[in-house]
Write a protein that binds this ligand. Structure first.
Ligand code: G6P
Length: 611
């Protein structure tokens, strides 16, 4: 949801800002803009609707020169994505410029007050109030103006500010939207996310809510909301920028699908011990595990689908009831968390506003709250605390459609299920050893699943003009189908929906007709007969069936379907982790065949920091 960057130093600022924005464009790509202070300390702004390339062309025609600037890439919330609503926004004197990620919730009230004070608004955005507000609060010190503004602004914001009055400084502040700052060799950087500054510095500071940072060529001054100096530890980034580059792949989505074997390995290794009873990575004592009465999993989007897998796995292996909810629903339905219950939030980015709010609600109720998260230093991980955060080690995920993060979330949930099963005594030692061996074997098998790409490319070339695609499955295959349907609709814009196979006959079957494509996963041997019956029902309505099935079930499934993709066999609880890979590839190949912008699908953003 919008990305902001800022630079102060002695180099030309525009190329640095554009490079940073390029690395943040997964956060939104409706418009882009920069504000630059030139050598004379005069502020100039260039902004335009559309992708970052448009801004690049505009700056080639009319360059802006200077050594201090801020930049923005937008995911529109308030106001259509046009030139005027593009950031940076500025005050009427044109000497203060602001970029913003988040939503100012009291913008209407502030707009009214500021208008009464004589400010003239030109955009429909919530952000413009910040520029006018700072202008009215400014009394010779932008740091103080920002401290006052943080007390008046309601909602979420990461703000970058430059002004002519203090043309040798770069200012920023945040509340509930991410912001990192860094400084090296007389140059300062601000950004919504680390990749935007990683080619300049590996040592970054995560600002806390309501803190204000003032960056100059000499260093960074950070104060808390009371204006007192705030102490921060430097976080040293160990991962490489190549993780956030395409490395020869045509799209990030394809690269990230291919990275799944390694991501599964990295997420499993630190939690795998020769002693199968060593669960020290999981913040549960055996007593807590035994006393567990319920687990509530809350997440959004793909992470929510991982949560549904978690329900099946934990209930089956550890015999604990699990409730899964969509974060935006959970937080507004007066949830209750009782004694001996545990709350788990899942979030790739660690910034999703609704998931964060759900976590806060769980903490407010004093529940034991864990998070599964992919981004170190993210708000959700920091609020849960290191001890309660289980990191997935998928590495930076750039494509808007989540793939490797999903796999590692599912794998982590499986490991939780297994550890709880051991502590609660619901599985025997041999069963636990066997399942651990299955997880250990996943990376090798996942490589084989990735190798289905060519087959899926061929299928996509023939099927890519289909108007609607249904995904069906039973048990864990249904959980998987939900994610597969989301993947396809996200990247290819084909209407796709998932149904529990048994529910087909209660309505959706009315939509089946000659040529309709139905995709089904068949990986659960105990549900095989039922799944085959459902496939027959679909075929009887002249629909086409494409199945993803485990090698072990191939002989039974092949005669019943029109197209078959096989994945390596294994325990039924592990198979969905393999079956999702061809389904992700299917979505990817369909999107490419349809000429869609795979990594940046229309209207979407990767990090949803608004409700
Ligand atoms: C957005 C992304 C999805 C993601 C969801 C939840 O909608 O486009 O890919 O699954 O947010 O994000 P999170 O970072 O909390 O997992």
């Amino acid at each position: 949801m919008c990305g902001i960057v800022g630079y102060i130093g002695n180099e030309e600022t525009c190329p640095i800002l554009l490079d940073g924005l390029d690395r943040l464009s997964y956060r939104g790509y409706d418009s882009a803009g920069v504000a630059v202070l030139n050598e004379e300390g005069k502020l100039h702004i260039s902004k335009t609707r559309g992708r970052l390339e448009n801004l690049g062309h505009q700056l080639e025609q009319s360059p802006l020169y200077g050594h201090i600037g801020i930049g923005h890439t937008r995911w529109a919330t308030h106001g259509e994505p046009n030139d005027v609503n593009a950031h940076p926004h500025f005050n009427n004197a044109g000497n203060i410029a602001v970029v913003h990620n988040g939503i100012i919730e009291n913008h209407a009230q502030l707009r009214k007050q500021l208008t009464e004070q004589g400010c003239e608004f030109i955009s429909q955005t919530d952000t413009e109030v910040v520029a006018h507000l700072l202008s009215t609060l400014y009394e010779g010190d932008m740091k103080q103006a920002l401290l006052k503004a943080t007390k008046l602004l309601k909602g979420s914001y990461a703000l970058g500010v430059v002004c002519e009055q203090e043309a040798d400084k770069l200012f920023c502040t945040r509340n509930e939207s991410p912001l990192v700052v860094g400084h090296k060799d007389g140059k300062g950087y601000i950004a919504s996310d680390i990749p935007a500054m990683l080619s300049h510095t590996r040592d970054v500071i995560f600002l806390n809510d309501m803190e204000v940072a003032v960056l100059s060529r000499g260093g960074i001054e950070i104060v808390n909301e009371a204006g007192e100096p705030a102490m921060h530890e430097l976080y040293h980034v160990t991962w490489d920028l190549s993780n956030a580059e395409k490395s020869g792949y045509p799209h990030f989505m394809l690269k990230e699908i291919h990275e799944q074997p390694a991501a599964l390995q990295k997420t499993f290794s630190p939690r795998n011990s020769a002693d199968i009873h060593d669960h020290s990575w999981l913040p549960f004592t055996p007593e807590e595990a035994k006393a567990l009465r319920k687990i509530t999993i809350v997440a959004c989007g793909t992470a929510y689908h991982a949560g549904i897998y978690g329900k099946y796995a934990i209930e089956k292996l550890a015999r604990v009831p699990v409730e899964v909810d969509i974060a935006s629903e959970y937080r507004y339905r007066s949830p209750m968390l009782g004694k001996n219950e545990v709350f788990i939030a899942i979030s790739q980015s660690g910034e999703t506003a609704d998931t964060l709010a759900a976590l806060r609600e769980a903490k407010r109720q004093n529940a034991k709250a864990l998070v599964i998260c992919n981004v170190v230093g993210s708000t959700i991980a920091r609020e849960a605390g290191d001890a309660n955060t289980l990191f997935t080690y998928a590495g930076p995920e750039i494509a808007v459609a989540s793939t490797k993060a999903y796999s590692t979330q599912v794998e982590t949930l499986l490991m939780i299920a297994l550890a709880l099963a051991d502590m609660r005594g619901t599985l025997g030692e041999d069963e636990i050893k066997a399942l651990q061996a299955e997880i250990a074997a996943l990376p090798k098998k996942a490589e084989k699943a990735v190798a289905t790409e060519e087959e899926l490319k061929t299928i996509a070339a023939e099927e890519c003009r289909k108007g609607h695609v249904f995904f069906v499955g039973r048990g864990l295959d249904y959980a998987l189908s939900m994610e597969a349907a989301l993947k396809l609709k996200e990247v290819s814009y084909i209407f796709s929906e998932a149904y529990a196979s048994g529910e087909l006959k209660h309505g959706p079957i009315a939509l089946l007709e000659d040529g309709r494509l139905v995709v089904t996963a068949v990986t659960q041997p105990d549900l095989l007969d039922k799944s085959l019956s459902n496939i027959k029902e679909i075929k009887a309505r002249d629909a086409q069936v494409m199945a993803i099935c485990s090698e072990d079930l191939k002989d039974q499934v092949a005669p019943e379907v029109d197209r078959l993709i096989t994945i390596p066999g294994g325990d039924d609880i592990v198979s969905p982790l393999l079956a999702i890979i061809p389904l992700q590839l299917f979505a990817y190949c369909m999107a490419v065949a349809r000429g869609c912008d795979v990594d940046k699908p229309r209207n979407l953003a990767k990090s949803v920091t608004v409700e």
